[in-house]
Design a protein around this ligand. Sequence first.
Ligand SMILES: [Zn+2]
Length: 466
Amino acid sequence: MALRFFDTATRSVRDFVPLQEGKAGIYLCGATVQAPPHVGHIRSGVAFDVIRRWLLAKGFDVTFVRNVTDIDDKILARGVDQGIPYWDVAMRNERAFTAAYDVLGCLPPTYEPRATGHVPEMVALMQRLIDAGHGYAAQGDVYFDVRSFPEYGALSGQRLDDMKDAADADPRGKRDARDFAMWKSAKPGEPAWDTPWGSGRPGWHIECSAMAAKYLGETFDIHGGGLDLVFPHHENEIAQSKAAGGGFAQYWLHNAWVTTSGEKMSKSLGNSLLVEQVVQRVRPVELRYYLAGAHYRSMLEYSDEHVAEAGQGYRRIEGFLQRGAELLGISGSPEVESGSRPSAFDIAMDDDIAVPQALAVIHETVREGNAALASSDAEAVRSSFASVLAMVDVMGLNPWSEPWRGGTSDDRHEEVIDALVQVVLQQRQEARARKDFAAADAIRDGLDAIGITVEDTASGVRWTLG
Ligand SMILES: [Zn+2]
């Protein structure tokens, strides 16, 4: 079966046909770096990392561009509030985003352009739009004339006549209240760049149109972003880029939100949901498993309990892989054999990245593998092990791959926990040896109460968490 994506622009699932055989260009709208990321901000990075990894697994040469919006009203306002330059706010938060992507195992983008580094490209694009009759300058602002572009509204399925006014700029020079600003004239004390229309700074939408064209060409394969960007941001990107003559994105993919109590997660929930805070409470690999585990187009309701449940699911997979590696005598990182992926997994991933179905295949294979372990069927263990490893590798969840393996504080914590449990189990053995079964059972029950399951196996006592 061919790889297919749900394309927001056509509201249909379409076979993925790249512009150039074997290559895929993806532009993902990145962060506006006004604050450090909470869990909701980082979902699109994780969702598109899985999509990218699947394209890589299928042999595509992927160019992945994710921009940084490092100038905007909120960044400027924070700079003023804190008495520091806007770029200090932007840089600090860009680092926090990079740290969050890294800690969750997202591959670094091929290119990560910053808006402020691409003003000449934006000015050139606006000049083309003005020359072609799609844009106009008024009192130092530059607007896009939405009536000049008949397709306007197609992505979000709106008719121009039903649209609200664009509230993105002072409407003083607008010909139509729905025209949107590509460029905003300088205000006192704000950073500004010189242009033929006066000095000012870019609007958000022109940044992405200019940067996507620079790094992927005027026509490219996939544009991604959160569902909340469909309108006005992506609608406006399309208007600018297509009116300038490019074909722009051939497929539009949008990830759903992380919600809390059914609402889009917001900053008002406080710091406890910042990625840097959550990874203090949850192993990062388990947070990735949680964020990647839902279909990218499904809303994901956040709670610590849901993350904990996801963590148990991941630990089942990891536990099998660890026991399998032990039985198979594998030391160090086992080699990933991509040919070992079950076809049901590939079919699920090809079907608009159906991760829940793909995970079901992983868990089914883990069950088979655990049965093989229980009956000490080394050949069957080897086969399940290779399959599970190849599948989790595609999801960015291979426990032996970066950044999960070795040297992290989690691993040290695990070592310490293992040592503590061994001490307790030793006490239990001693209790049994002196036939004090009440004490032995009490120890076992105590461990059970904190989620540690003790098994007596032929090769000794084994414990598992979860
Ligand atoms: Zn964008």
